[in-house]
Design a protein around this ligand. Structure first.
Ligand SMILES: *[C@@H]1O[C@H](CO)[C@@H](O)[C@H](O)[C@H]1NC(C)=O
Length: 121
């Protein structure tokens, strides 16, 4: 009887571990608000991050989509956004990148700031 209950639990644990390995990335602990990564707004924030990085580094990159995004209040109506996004580089290869952005929702993109951008692979 014991054996039959242990096996499904183990299978669940293995499945959970596999999910952690695939995603691999967690937001910093203070980023507690989950954003809707499919929303137009969050897609715009992701595109902003790629475009600013691309201009600063003179490289060919194309934003594809945001995998996940979390935010934390920055004061003055602004938020910090931490996101995992995908983009293609000059070889056309799709890579995953982690970026943090500061900005006030609804404000012009020129007031937004790219704080960090790095390749995860
Ligand atoms: C392009 O992205 C792929 C996947 O992330 C990576 O392996 C490759 O080194 C990158 N190439 C350049 C030129 O950045």
């Amino acid at each position: 009887m014991k054996q039959t209950t242990v096996v499904p639990v183990l299978a669940l644990l293995i499945a959970a571990l596999a999910v952690v390995v695939v995603t691999g990335l967690a937001p910093p602990p203070d980023y507690t608000t989950r954003e809707d990564e499919n929303s137009y707004f969050i897609q715009q924030v992701g595109m902003f991050a790629v475009n600013v990085y691309k201009m600063g580094h003179m490289c060919q990159m194309y934003y594809k989509y945001t995998v996940e995004c979390w935010s934390k209040p920055a004061g003055g109506g602004a938020n910090y956004y931490w996101m995992v996004l995908t983009a293609t580089n000059s070889t056309g290869a799709v890579g995953q990148y982690v970026s943090t952005v500061w900005g006030i929702p609804g404000s012009e993109s020129k007031t937004w700031k790219l704080l960090s951008f790095s390749c995860t692979s």
